[in-house]
Design a protein around this ligand. Structure first.
Ligand SMILES: C[S@@+](CC[C@H](N)C(=O)[O-])C[C@H]1O[C@@H](n2cnc3c(N)ncnc32)[C@H](O)[C@@H]1O
Length: 238
């Protein structure tokens, strides 16, 4: 492990704290891609919920972190996005994936959290909708239903998302998405992933947070969910 201080281990608690985006001495995704996912997260999920040869899908794969980790672990992988930055990525809308029903063993997704990052000019990009609007969750629920369609029964997915505090207003984006997910899936667990290297991690922002009485975002949620068979004892809890 040349490039980072943390060893690759299967995490044993619900608090995951990774000091760097990448592990090892090969790239996994592109750490210059805005919103890139820490490769450790995907590595951990694939260790727990997949086996060699399984088909892994990322419907919003950006720079392809999922692609690189899955290939390294001898999983089959299909990665989609509207913003194509490398040849392994297939152009598709996450709400309409070119995949058969019940054909996928695991899905990882790190969706936009709001309209804070410009990913592409594609009008279908969900990152053009503010998380302060109901429409944002309506569109993410369509992505969730597409994940349900393509996943095999009793298989898992992981969804990474963070909350928003902007212009003196907090939006609990994670809870609002989770409310949609539990309509369709069973919850396996919820992981708290420490945020690092964000632009607000500077002395001036820490000073402002104390002076003006707000909190900087310190974590993201990783929802681990399971598609249960129709005849199981899954109950909606609301
Ligand atoms: C947080 S980034 C993903 C980062 C990625 N996991 C990586 O490691 O590079 C979110 C991605 O969602 C994509 N996206 C937004 N709306 C989409 C849609 N409707 N269909 C497919 N991809 C979409 C964006 O283009 C962006 O690349």
């Amino acid at each position: 492990m040349k490039n980072n201080s943390k060893k690759l281990v299967i995490e044993s608690t619900t608090l995951w704290d990774f000091p760097t985006q990448n592990y090892g001495d090969k790239p996994h995704g592109d750490n210059k891609y805005n919103g890139v996912t820490p490769a450790f997260i995907i590595w951990n999920l694939l260790q727990r919920y997949t086996s060699e040869g399984d088909l892994v899908v990322d419907p919003m794969c950006g720079s392809g972190t999922t692609y690189d980790v899955a290939i390294e672990l001898n999983r089959r992988v299909k990665c989609f996005d509207l913003n194509i930055v490398r040849k392994e990525v297939i152009k598709a809308d996450a709400r309409q994936l070119p995949l058969e029903n019940n054909s996928v063993d695991f899905v990882f997704i790190d969706s936009p959290y709001s309209n804070n990052i410009k990913y592409s000019d594609d009008k279908r990009c969900i990152g053009k909708i503010s998380c302060e609007k109901k429409e944002f969750y309506d569109e993410l629920e369509k992505v969730a239903l597409e994940i349900k369609r393509i996943l095999k029964g009793n298989k898992y997915f992981g969804w990474l998302i963070g909350d928003q505090w902007i212009k003196k207003k907090f939006t609990p984006t994670g809870f609002l998405l989770y409310n949609r997910l539990i309509k369709h899936f069973q919850t396996v667990d919820i992981i708290c992933v420490t945020r690092h290297n964000q632009t607000s991690n500077t002395n001036v922002w820490h000073y402002r947070a104390r002076k003006f009485n707000f909190f900087l975002r310190g974590f993201k949620y990783l929802f681990i969910m399971k598609k249960v068979n129709a005849n199981s004892d899954f109950q909606q809890l609301f």
